[in-house]
Ligand binder design. Structure first.
Ligand SMILES: [Cu+2]
Length: 362
């Protein structure tokens, strides 16, 4: 029997968890613990490192990954737009599934399955009521799909054997952009937990069309990209994820946007006077929930982003099950400039990579 990550850590730490291990697995546990300890020591990590460090040592090769944490945080993919003969706006993207090794913490490589070579995949952004076309090409080694969390016909749902796109194959998903909100897409091939956890997921953001929401027009304008009202916001996309690096169905690393401690090493700079909007999506596999906690300030929250008035007001922590998502709106104008921490309040996740800072400036 293989020791789990938690058992191995406990064994290494000399905690009582070690005694609970069956005698036959004690050697394996010790071996795993030694490996974990070596890994932690190499990283100056959460368990083996010097007191107070609580992060990683060394640098991820972002160039080799082909993306930077800042890009994943701020890049919205608006696709290509055109107009249908009936006058309707069409928005199109091409998404290619490719197998790719990515570095998720200094020196830790993960054999990912990706959409367009990145984890998470591109953040697709559109406007309520548009016609969306997603051209999917499977250049990976396994059958994959794209399953959208939106309202759409069954034949566009990207599920099951019938919906699978074989390696070398392609399929075009065509759906209406509805409902407005903060959504996600992911592969729905089986075994589902493996296909999701390997990295095949991304965010889908449908901005509200202000003309359809006269009763909440100012709020809708503030959410709709391209308007002056929207330009005053500082927006970020954060996909909460984890990585099972030894394939024992437990995560060894956690993050937002894949790279452990990326926004602790390089805090997210925000101007005090401009409000902050975060599109938060949880795709963490193997753990039932994840969460976002902000230090020294509170925020409003819109569950699924499908309303224009907050579903939670003045909170500093929100919890999400897998595939749950929402929008956070933060006002730092009452805070003095400085570093404001945010992290999962499953503190174990925070110590294994899911922690960062906003650097609030004048
Ligand atoms: Cu898949």
């Amino acid at each position: 029997m293989r020791a789990t990550r938690r058992q191995a850590i406990a064994a290494f730490a000399g905690l009582s968890g070690a005694t609970a291990l069956a005698a036959g697995s004690a050697m394996a546990a010790a071996r795993d613990a030694a490996k974990d300890a070596a890994k932690d020591a190499a990283q100056g990590g959460a368990h083996g490192g010097a007191h107070g460090a609580n992060t990683v040592v060394g640098n991820v090769d972002h160039a080799a990954n082909g993306f930077t944490p800042h890009q994943l945080l701020t890049e919205f993919d608006y696709g290509k737009t055109s107009t249908d003969p009936d006058g309707r706006r069409v928005r199109e993207w091409t998404i290619t599934a490719v197998d790719k090794e990515i570095e998720i913490a200094p020196g830790v490589l993960f054999p990912a399955w990706t959409y367009n070579g990145r984890v998470p995949g591109p953040t697709l952004r559109c406007v309520e009521g548009e016609r969306l076309r997603i051209h999917f090409i499977n250049s990976g080694s396994h059958p994959h799909t794209i399953h959208l969390h939106s309202i759409h016909p069954a034949r566009m749902d990207g599920i099951g054997i019938a919906g699978e796109v074989e390696p070398g194959g392609s399929f075009t998903y065509e759906v209406d952009a509805k409902p407005f909100g903060c959504h996600l897409y992911h592969c729905h091939s089986t075994p589902l937990k493996r296909h999701i956890h390997k990295g095949l997921y991304g965010a889908l953001i449908i901005d509200p069309d202000p003309d359809r929401h006269p009763e909440h027009r100012p709020a809708a304008l503030g959410r709709r990209h391209g308007t002056p009202e929207h330009a005053s916001w500082q927006e970020f996309i954060m996909v909460m994820n984890g990585f099972d690096t030894n394939f024992d169905d437990e995560n060894e690393f956690y993050a937002v946007n894949s790279i452990a401690f990326a926004y602790a090493r390089e805090p997210i700079r925000v101007a005090r006077a401009r409000r902050v909007r975060i599109y938060l999506v949880n795709v963490t596999e193997f753990d039932p929930i994840n969460s976002f906690h902000l230090h020294a300030n509170f925020f409003d929250y819109y569950d699924h982003g499908t309303t224009l008035t907050p579903t939670l007001r003045i909170v500093d922590t929100v919890m999400q099950c897998q595939a749950q998502r929402g929008i956070l709106e933060i006002d730092f104008s009452g805070n003095e400039p400085g570093l404001y921490m945010f992290h999962a309040h499953q503190t174990e996740f925070a110590e294994l990579g899911w922690m960062g800072f906003f650097e609030v400036t004048e």
